[in-house]
Ligand binder design. Structure first.
Ligand code: V47
Length: 378
């Protein structure tokens, strides 16, 4: 077997400079503590600027979590509830439609819909949620159901993934969010969410979605029990699928928040850990057009700094976020458009409002229309 030479910082700089792909060994080298944060930031920023220049994206969005009741008991989750738990809820059609109206009244272009796998909800109930929202508010992009939920619908219906996605598209689904990926490697996945869709099921849902023309996102939950090897392995599995399909838009590293979870003995990752993860993600995922610094979970200051450590997107103005706030996030409930634009401008980047599919949004008063796709050099 021919072994590649031991990575050095100079060799990695050379590779990044020339736009060459980094290997598993390179990725592990970047996690060594003697590779300082500034160097990592400079490398990641080079790639970020090459792909997206000085642009930093945001959207105007809202969240909908139709239920928090969940058959699974992922140890990192503070949001889920048991069926008979007084915290458990399931929203009515009226409540769901009221959220759609509120989104429209506030200029939202996207609704991000995910929730628990409710013991008593049928597959048709999930299709119905998409259908009533899309019928009532056809301009609102519905980014809905993680691959874990799609996998659960497979379990409920015994239908293939493709048929489920086709039903959802017919009802009005616009794209898939990136949740449920956690850490793919079984050494970790079996300890934090042993029952839910494994790596190959998660990736297969996204592969099928891409084949059907849906765009999707990808995430990684970091800063709990995983090691650098598991993080790099996770990124490489995503990069390989992206080579195959090109259907991923953005990667979102998600920092673990321990409060109210089964892992509450762990500490939340530090800002330095967050920025290293952001930078290494940008460097490893050479075929992903965008990297998102989700301000709700990073906190505002770290999200701003992340724009110079590889990230080019802050997610949205956000309304009704529960998953992070239930797990102890101290970030505001939402930002105004003026606030998010100012946060971006303070970092020396140029704010651009995008829709879910990374097309420019052009606003005039309360009206908006979709412009050109933003071109990310990928
Ligand atoms: O899959 C759950 C994570 C994800 C905790 O696609 C937690 O644009 C930290 O996927 N601490 C859901 N993380 C959120 C998500 C997402 C967020 C923003 C944008 C997009 C997108 C997707 O949140 C879950 C899980 O990985 N999560 N609990 C916790 N205590």
């Amino acid at each position: 077997m021919i072994r590649s030479a031991e990575p050095t910082l100079a060799a990695l700089w050379e590779k990044v400079d020339q736009g060459q792909r980094l290997s598993l060994e390179d990725g592990l080298f970047l996690w060594r503590s003697d590779v300082d944060l500034n160097t990592l930031g400079r490398m990641a920023n080079l790639v970020r600027q090459r792909k997206n220049g000085r642009l930093a994206f945001y959207n105007i969005n809202t969240h909908l979590n139709p239920t928090n009741v969940c058959v699974y008991r992922c140890t990192f989750c503070a949001f889920r509830a048991d069926l008979r738990d007084p915290r458990g809820y399931r929203m009515s059609d009226e409540q769901i439609l009221a959220r759609g109206q509120e989104a429209l009244d506030h200029g939202c272009t996207e609704m991000h819909i995910v929730g628990g796998l409710h013991h008593q909800m049928r597959y048709d109930d999930y299709v119905h949620i998409i259908r009533i929202l899309h019928d009532a508010y056809p301009t609102l992009h519905l980014k809905a159901w993680t691959a874990v939920e799609i996998n659960w619908f497979q379990h409920l219906t015994k239908k293939p993934v493709r048929a489920i996605l086709e039903d959802m598209i017919e009802a009005g689904l616009g794209s898939l969010p990136g949740g449920g990926a956690e850490i793919f490697h079984p050494e970790v996945r079996h300890r934090i969410c042993e029952h839910k869709a494994d790596a190959s099921a998660w990736l297969d849902v996204h592969r099928t979605a891409h084949e059907l023309g849906l765009r999707t996102n990808a995430t990684m939950l970091y800063g709990h029990i995983e090691k650098p090897f598991h993080r790099i392995d996770h990124l490489i599995r995503l990069r390989e699928l992206q080579d195959e399909t090109g259907g991923f838009q953005t990667f979102i590293p998600l920092a673990f928040h321990p409060q109210n979870t089964g892992l509450d003995h762990l500490k939340k990752p530090s800002g330095v850990f967050d920025l290293r993860t952001m930078a290494i993600s940008r460097l490893m995922l050479d075929n992903f057009p965008h990297i998102k610094a989700y301000w709700v979970m990073l906190g505002i200051g770290t999200a701003q700094a992340a724009l110079s450590f590889g990230a080019d997107d802050l997610d949205g103005t956000v309304r009704h976020e529960l998953i992070y706030h239930d797990a102890g996030a101290h970030t505001p409930e939402m930002l105004t458009v003026e606030q998010i634009r100012r946060l971006i401008e303070e970092t020396g980047h140029q704010p651009v409002e995008r829709d879910t599919l990374y097309r420019r949004v052009i606003r005039s008063g309360s009206q908006w229309q979709i412009g050109e796709p933003v071109s990310a050099g990928c």
